[in-house]
Design a binder for this molecule. Structure first.
Ligand SMILES: Nc1ncnc2c1ncn2[C@@H]1O[C@H](COP(=O)(O)OP(=O)(O)OP(=O)(O)O)[C@@H](O)[C@H]1O
Ligand SMILES: [Mg+2]
Length: 143
């Protein structure tokens, strides 16, 4: 097993969480899978918005999601945003998810801890969100 690196960021506003997201993609690149894990309202969608803004993808990211998958692309970037929140663990079709994760670009999965076999995904960036206070969040990035 390869050793993991973890980075920790404190954020005191939604804007700071977006800036953390922008930093993380700058550091790790745009051909990645990121699993976002954290409680309701901890900042996962805000983080994805930061990525979309950094890529200049515009558009409105929905939160909470009524769709399972949203794809955003322009001539430079592709972001696939998957939100498992509304699914029961038993409803999750891993074949479908795995196919999406095999596409090019950045793949971001909210509520990835619902995936039945999360420990079997290699090379994934895990981003953990913890609510510290009203507007304070701790974001841990492990890769
Ligand atoms: N430092 C912060 N970072 C991110 N969001 C913050 C912060 N401080 C306050 N907030 C608020 O917390 C909420 C975060 O919502 P967001 O939709 O990003 O969470 P989420 O983790 O995607 O939740 P869900 O699990 O419901 O999808 C927003 O209302 C946002 O304004
Ligand atoms: Mg969300």
């Amino acid at each position: 097993m390869t050793k993991k690196t973890s980075l920790y960021f404190f954020s005191f506003s939604p804007l700071e969480t977006k800036n953390v997201a922008a930093k993380v993609v700058e550091l790790l690149g745009w051909d990645r899978t990121m699993f976002l894990i954290g409680d309701l309202g901890s900042g996962k969608t805000t983080f994805v918005k930061g990525i979309a803004e950094k890529a200049n993808l515009g558009g409105e990211l929905s939160s909470p999601s009524f769709t399972l998958v949203n794809e955003y692309k322009n001539s430079n970037f592709q972001v696939i945003h998957i939100d498992l929140y509304r699914l029961e663990r038993s409803e999750i079709e891993t074949i479908f998810i795995d196919e999406l994760l095999a596409s090019n670009g950045l793949k971001v999965v909210e509520w990835a801890d619902k995936l039945p076999k999360i420990e079997e995904y290699d090379g994934v960036v895990k981003v953990f969100f913890r609510i510290i206070g009203d507007t304070e969040r701790l974001v841990k990035v492990s890769f």
